[in-house]
Structure formats: C-alpha cells, structure tokens
Design a protein. Structure first.
Length: 81
C-alpha cells in the first residue's frame, strides 16, 4: 500500500482565466481604444474662464460625475422607501 509523502507538493493545476478576468481584459481594451481614438485636445468653456484637455478626459469626468449622481440619488430614494 503506497502512502503519500506530505512534503511533496501536489501537482499544480493550469491557471485558467475566469469569465470576470476575460470581461475585465475586454473592457480595458475598449477603454484604451476609446482613449486613443479621442486623444485630441478640446476647449472647455467654464463660466469665467476656459481651458483645454484631451477629449477622453472630459468624457471620463462626465461619466464619473454621472455615476456618482446616479448613485447618490439611488441611495436617497432607497432611504425614502
């Protein structure tokens, strides 16, 4: 009868990418392509001044502000009900 040696490590399984890993890689690739396609500088007119920034930065800031506003409104609505 053979006994297993506790000092010998079991054979390693091949690491596989999970669906989440694949989705994350795809999303990062889309973001990189988007940033490269929208890298030209655009003028931003503020109330009292103006500035210039890459278009993808302006869009990214708008997306973040939109998500934050939606999250805050959803939290407020959840507290009311």
């Amino acid at each position: 009868m053979a006994t297993e040696d506790p000092t010998v490590a079991p054979p390693e399984e091949k690491s596989r990418l999970s669906n989440t890993d694949i989705a994350t890689i795809a999303l990062v690739a889309v973001v990189v392509v988007f940033a490269v396609a929208n890298s030209r500088t655009t003028k931003i007119s503020w109330v009292v001044a103006s500035s210039k920034a890459p278009l993808f930065v302006v869009i990214a800031i708008c997306v973040v502000v939109g998500f934050a506003a939606g999250f805050l409104f959803a939290q407020r609505r959840a507290k009311q009900s």
